[in-house]
Design a protein around this ligand. Structure first.
Ligand code: BJW
Length: 250
């Protein structure tokens, strides 16, 4: 029996599925990851761009970085990995996707039972009023963009040192408590609190399946680690699940 078959067998018995994704799932859509050889932070230092201090110091540079990324993401399409996760949402009544990605590709693939736990880079927030709105222009007509009230707009994302939304954390906690299986895809497991979610699920009795091109700190606690591109492995896994005679979609 292959590891994919073993994973499909587990999914066949699963009643409540949690999926967590990171930048790796969007890599095959042409979006750079953060860490690794061609990661975004080979060229930029995180502390210079993804912190509130950096934005306070130099909003123009931070917005130029986001404008560049919005240009890449605006042209990208969901890949086979995103579409397979959308299929999983259809197959399970009890399903939640937690994505660390701010690119919006899971939503474009059709997922609705989803928490964008680090925000969304198409949404902006007024620094003075705290109100949010969508800003889809690519490239931005002026940098840094401003609210009608005159204050700076910022990307509605979670930077280092900022708290994640208590509502999103509550949803994540309930899903970690309820799920019997977690599939964790394309994350280096370097950024907290999400990096701790797989071990939380495991300690609460859940089964952890990791999908990544390479081993990560999550691999040591995963029950099954599937190494390869998520755009190949996830569709294969869904196919194996669908052909499992013991599986009846809920
Ligand atoms: C493929 C693939 C393919 C490639 N198929 N796989 C506990 C201990 C230590 C520190 C902390 C802690 N708790 C909190 C902290 C501080 C900090 C933190 O985690 N620091 C670490 C660096 C140590 N965390 C925070 O500040 C968080 N806030 C918080 O916890 O508030 C309370 C608090 C604050 C301070 C102290 C204590 C408590 C906020 C974190 C916000 C992260 N924000 C970013 C930017 C978002 C906006 C934007 O995108 O511009 O989120 S950083 C960046 O990293 C982004 C990502 O969502 C996140 C995770 O990255 P991800 O997705 O894992 O990407 P990569 O590139 O790292 O990995 C890609 C993976 O894909 C690799 O493994 C590849 O192999 C794989 N791959 N192709 C499958 N085809």
């Amino acid at each position: 029996m292959t590891d994919i078959d073993r994973a499909a067998e587990r999914l066949g018995k699963t009643k409540n599925l949690l999926v967590i994704t990171g930048a790796g799932i969007s890599h095959e859509s042409g979006i750079p990851t953060f860490r690794g050889n061609d990661g975004l932070w080979q060229n930029y230092r995180a502390e210079e761009l993804a912190t509130p201090e950096a934005f306070e110091r130099d909003p123009e540079t931070v917005w130029e970085w986001y404008d560049w990324r919005r240009g890449i993401i605006g042209k990208a399409e969901p890949n086979g990995g995103h579409l397979a996760i959308k299929e999983l949402e259809e197959l399970y009544d009890n399903f939640l996707l937690i994505t660390q990605n701010v690119d919006g590709l899971h939503g474009r693939a059709g997922n609705t039972k989803m928490v964008e736990i680090h925000g969304n880079l198409w949404r902006v927030r007024c620094e003075r009023e705290g109100t949010t709105s969508m800003l889809m222009d690519v490239p931005l007509p002026s940098i840094p963009p401003r609210c009608k009230c005159g204050a700076l707009l910022r990307p509605d994302v979670v930077w280092f040192g900022e708290s994640l939304s208590p509502h999103a954390l509550g949803q994540a906690d309930r899903a970690m408590e309820a799920c019997d299986t977690l599939i964790v895809v394309g994350t280096s497991g370097a950024v907290y609190p999400v990096a701790s979610f797989p071990s939380t699920v495991k300690s609460r009795g859940g089964f952890v399946i990791e999908i990544n091109t390479e081993p990560t700190p999550i691999s040591s606690i995963a029950n099954i680690a599937l190494y390869g591109k998520s755009g190949d492995i996830l569709p294969e896994l869904v196919k194996a699940l669908r052909s499992n005679p013991a599986f009846s979609p809920s």
